[in-house]
Design a protein around this ligand. Structure first.
Ligand code: KIV
Length: 263
């Protein structure tokens, strides 16, 4: 899938939107050859690819480098790029510059967290021709204010706030929204109320689509196994076993041999 119009059409046809993260050209090529609809160059790359403790460490420059690599690996795919920490909080001009950098690096759309205090930025980006995906519920860039990565929208007041934010996002022109770590019933309510597609992560089965971080889906990090993320591969043990076999072959003088030895 290449465009936000195709994304909206697939949602209208209730095809079940599928988005996964990728941060480099190799993984982007694999995702592009799969049945996924869109790639998210998420600021989770600060943690997964750069080893930082939170997404707060992602910068526009870091994001742009990864977006460019992903675009080289997936030339025909809808690529959504996260606007990193504070990029939308320094005023419209700075946010437009940051979004422009990500679009020029190859993004089809940008994703940004929250609405309160930057609804005008969302409207300005949309009116500037930049498709915007929202992100509500657990917004990892505000992890310190939220007191950790925990379920959001449990109380009536919190649920009402998130519903109002979803309404505001749609009114400001967002083409879709991620709903992260909120009760399934709340996510289903928002999905029914809003015309734009909802993409869930830890938000139950009632959203228009689902997004997962690729390393969670592939089971690559045994230290991080969120309950809501299904492991479709035991990637950590498979990769480790392959490297162990390589090491064993080298030490037993069984690699390289035959055609692997260049004459
Ligand atoms: O950064 C990211 O990977 C994300 C997903 C968790 C939705 O925002």
């Amino acid at each position: 899938m290449k465009t936000i119009l195709q994304f909206a059409q697939a949602a209208r046809e209730r095809r079940g939107l599928v988005m996964v993260t990728a941060y480099d050209a190799l993984m982007a090529r694999l995702v592009a050859a799969s049945a996924a609809d869109a790639i998210l160059v998420g600021d989770s790359l600060a943690m997964v690819a750069h080893g930082f403790p939170s997404t707060i460490h992602a910068t526009v420059e870091m994001m742009a480098m990864h977006v460019a690599a992903v675009r080289r690996g997936a030339s025909d795919m809808l690529v959504v790029a996260d606007l990193p920490f504070l990029a939308v909080r320094r005023g419209i001009a700075a946010a437009t510059d940051a979004a422009g950098t990500l679009m020029q690096a190859g993004a089809t759309a940008v994703k940004l967290e929250g609405v309160a205090g930057h609804a005008d930025v969302i409207a300005h980006l949309v009116q500037s021709g930049i498709p915007v995906m929202g992100h509500l519920g657990l917004t990892p860039q505000t992890v310190h204010q939220l007191g950790g990565h925990r379920l959001q929208g449990r109380s009536v007041a919190e649920a009402e706030r998130i519903r109002a934010e979803a309404r505001e996002l749609e009114a400001r022109g967002a083409f879709a929204m991620v709903l992260e770590c909120i009760p399934a019933a709340l996510a289903a309510t928002i999905t029914a109320e809003r015309a734009i597609p909802t993409i869930g992560i830890g938000a139950g089965a009632g959203t228009a689509g689902q997004v997962l971080v690729l390393s969670d889906l592939l089971g690559l990090d045994p230290r991080f196994q969120p309950r809501f993320a299904r492991r479709y591969l035991e990637g950590d043990s498979l990769v480790r076993e392959a490297i162990d076999r390589f090491a064993r072959d080298v030490r037993a003088a069984e690699f390289p041999t035959g055609a692997e030895v260049l004459a």
